[in-house]
Every structure is written in structure tokens, then in C-alpha cells.
Design a protein around this ligand. Structure first.
Ligand code: COA
Length: 375
């Protein structure tokens, strides 16, 4: 089991900030559970859509419920014209996380959550349409085409790859996307989820909660780490070069993106799963560099710092082998984590008190306001 660190100090480490029935991190099983199910078993046995349903409703769907759920999601992939118009105005050099943030916010204007009773519908709509928002903008701004976002692909992962590459993906690539989306779906009170819960605690609407969470996930210390990891490994020419580069970075006390974790202390249970897929994809791709480089990074970081790859590190090579541009890595995280965020929003609403901590004051002693002429 991946034990949790004993946490103290800044960043609210070690503070219990609320209750959740959705997830445990570093407490049981291989170290990550969703509603009591171990992540390694979920990654092996179910579809991402089953996990999305589990987080939304607390139980895995039966086959009828799953069929109904998937049919609803499939029917919600289309974009309103007003949203397409907005996406077409966003420049190609915008960061896709900013595109998703704007897309989510615009959706909240066009299809607002009028009451909390609309939450389930709004959640399903976001899960279904985020890949469409992302790829419509990406393909329009980069390739000059207005894609049809209403594919008939059976899964969200396949739908994403289909829109990106203009063809239905292979079985292997669909499976990897499925697993990846499962691994990223939920992670207790991480920064973006906490952002969503803080927003929900003011009784705000669900699009505001998710828009804020996207902004929080964007940072390189959180979701942005998979992109930063890719930038790091793609510049490494060989495993030996990786070793040399990392030793230099560690000597300079640089942060190595994709390593370490705020809660796990010895390994991230998601890494084992995605690492296996990355290896398979490397074989299919005919790669003899990126995977080896990644493994050497893992060895060096453990040997030198006792730091281990988190979920993001081997995701970088896995996504790359599937032809996914680096700047779309973190948005895939959004496509998945929206399920966790929105489940937390519902949970917060169900037992709410506004989240409002206090601060230790470190500013000047009380003092009179001087006249403008005296300053
Ligand atoms: N590279 C180099 N050193 C690292 C490191 C990394 N990726 N992660 C942690 N460390 C160092 C810290 O600088 C700290 O050193 P210090 O004691 O000399 O200051 C020490 O290891 C302990 O750090 P820790 O308390 O475990 O980290 P944290 O809880 O403050 O931060 C992360 C956790 C995830 C933010 C941090 O590990 C990190 O920045 N990782 C890289 C970004 C990343 O991959 N994020 C995705 C998370 S899923």
C-alpha cells in the first residue's frame, strides 16, 4: 500500500478540511480508491464512463444504467453555434487550458444551471462536450477545419482521438485513453478539487466551480506537470543523456516535473498502471529513446532523492506515442477530472457550510492613515 506522508506545515498540509465518500489517497488498497474500489482494479476492469457514473451516483452502473448513461453522453457532444463562434475567435497560440476555461464559462452562459436540481444534467453535458470544445478549437485554429464533434465513437477517449486524428483510433489507443481517463478522474482534496469545493460552498453555480477548478489545475505544480515532463524528456537524447541532465538539474536544485507527491510518500499507484501502457505503446511506436529515457529518469530520481514518478510522468510518453500534441496533455486531465470535481460539488452542496478559514496576521501594527501630503 502507498502510505500517506505525515504532513505538517504550510499549504494546509495535514489539515482535514472536510469529509468525502468519494476517494481515499494513501489509505488503503494500492493507495487510491474511488468509492471503495481500488484504482488498479478499476483500471483493469471497467470503462471510464462507468467510473464517471460511479462518482456521480456512488455506485457502479448495471448494464442498463450504463447503456442509458453512455447514450445520453453520446447525444450531448454537439456544440451550440454561439460557443463555436467564441472558440473560433481564440488564437492558435492560446493555451488549450485557457480555451477550456473559456469554453466552460461560455457554456455556463448558454446553458446555465438554473437550480441545483439541474446539476446531473449540467455535469453530463460538461463530461460529453469538453472534448468537443477542445478539439473544435484546436482543429479550427491549427488546421483551419470546422470538425464535426458528433462522432459515434463508443467512448469519450476514442471520441477525443477520432476528432484529433480524423479517424477512429486503434483498439490499443482507445484502451490507453480509457485507462488514462480512469486514473485522472478523482483524487480527494487536491488543489483543483478544493478550488471547486470552495466555490461550491458559496452556493455558486456548477460552471463557476468547474471554471475555477480548470484554472487551478493549469499550474505546473498540479496538472501542468505532464506537459512539463514531456518538455523535459523530449530534449534528452538517450538514457545516459537523461542521467547527466538530471544530475545537473538536481545539483542546481531544479524541480523535476512529474516527480514527487504531496500525499504519497513512496510511490504513486497510478504510475505502475500508466507505465505499463507507455511500454506497450513504445513497442508499437518503435520507440527506442523516450521510454528508456523515462525509465532512467525514474531510476536516477529514486537513487538520488528517493522521489518517484507521479501519475503525470509516464503519461507524457504515453500521450506522445499516440500522436497527441503536448499542449493537449493537461486538457485531457480536465476531460477526466471534471467527473471528480462535479461529484465533490454535489457532495459539498449536500452538507454545506461556507469554507472560510482564518489567517495568521503578519502585517504592520495598527497605525493612523497619514494625509496624502505626508506620504
Ligand atoms: N524535483 C526535485 N525536488 C523535489 C521534487 C521534484 N519533483 N518534489 C519534491 N522535491 C523536493 C522539495 O523541493 C523538498 O526539498 P526541500 O526539503 O529541500 O525543500 C522535498 O523534495 C520534499 O518536498 P515535499 O514536501 O515532498 O513536496 P510538496 O508536498 O511540497 O510538493 C509536489 C509536492 C507534487 C508539488 C512536488 O513534489 C512537485 O513540485 N513536483 C513536481 C510537480 C509535479 O509533478 N506535480 C504533479 C503532482 S501529481
Amino acid at each position: 500500500m502507498a502510505d500517506a506522508k505525515v504532513l505538517t506545515g504550510a499549504g494546509l498540509r495535514g489539515q482535514v478540511a472536510g469529509q468525502t465518500a468519494l476517494c481515499t489517497v494513501g489509505k488503503s488498497g494500492t493507495g487510491l480508491t474511488y468509492c471503495g474500489y481500488d484504482i488498479s482494479e478499476l483500471a483493469d476492469k471497467v470503462q471510464f464512463e462507468e467510473v464517471a457514473y460511479l462518482l456521480a451516483h456512488g455506485e457502479l452502473p448495471n448494464s442498463e444504467q450504463l447503456a442509458g448513461y453512455k447514450a445520453r453522453l453520446l447525444g450531448m457532444r454537439g456544440l451550440p453555434q454561439a460557443l463555436k463562434d467564441v472558440l473560433e475567435r481564440i488564437p492558435a497560440d492560446a493555451h488549450p487550458m485557457d480555451v477550456l476555461r473559456t469554453g466552460c464559462s461560455m457554456l455556463g452562459n448558454l446553458e446555465p444551471e438554473h437550480s441545483f436540481a439541474d446539476a446531473d444534467h449540467a455535469i453530463e453535458r460538461m463530461i460529453a462536450v469538453f472534448p468537443s470544445i477542445l478539439l473544435y478549437w484546436y482543429r479550427f485554429s491549427h488546421d483551419g477545419v470546422r470538425i464535426n464533434t458528433e462522432t459515434a465513437d463508443d467512448s469519450i477517449g476514442a471520441h477525443f482521438l477520432h476528432m484529433l486524428h480524423d479517424k477512429a483510433p486503434s483498439k490499443l489507443h482507445s484502451e490507453v485513453m480509457n485507462t488514462s481517463l480512469i486514473l485522472y478522474a478523482e483524487h480527494e482534496f487536491n488543489a483543483s478539487t478544493f478550488t471547486a469545493r470552495v466555490c461550491a460552498s458559496t452556493l455558486s453555480d456548477i460552471h463557476s466551480c468547474v471554471t475555477g477548478a480548470i484554472g487551478s489545475l493549469r499550474g505546473p505544480l498540479h496538472g501542468g506537470a505532464n506537459e512539463a515532463a514531456m518538455e523535459l524528456i523530449e530534449a534528452m537524447r538517450s538514457a545516459d543523456d537523461a542521467e547527466q541532465t538530471l544530475m545537473g538539474m538536481l545539483a542546481r536544485k531544479d524541480k523535476i516535473m512529474g516527480f514527487g507527491h504531496a500525499i504519497y510518500k513512496e510511490f504513486d499507484p497510478r504510475n505502475d498502471v500508466i507505465k505499463k501502457w507507455s511500454k506497450k505503446l513504445a513497442e508499437e511506436f518503435g520507440d527506442s529513446r523516450l521510454y528508456d529515457v523515462s525509465v532512467r529518469c525514474e531510476d536516477v530520481m529514486w537513487r538520488e532523492k528517493k522521489l518517484f514518478p507521479n501519475a503525470d510522468f509516464f503519461h507524457a510518453s504515453a500521450y506522445h506515442f499516440m500522436g497527441i500534441p503536448t499542449k493537449l496533455f493537461t486538457p485531457i486531465f480536465v476531460m477526466s477530472r471534471v467527473t471528480g470535481w462535479t461529484a465533490h460539488v454535489k457532495e459539498q452542496r449536500a452538507n454545506n457550510r461556507i469554507i472560510r478559514p482564518s489567517a495568521d496576521y503578519t502585517g504592520p501594527e495598527p497605525r493612523p492613515v497619514p494625509a496624502l501630503s505626508e506620504r
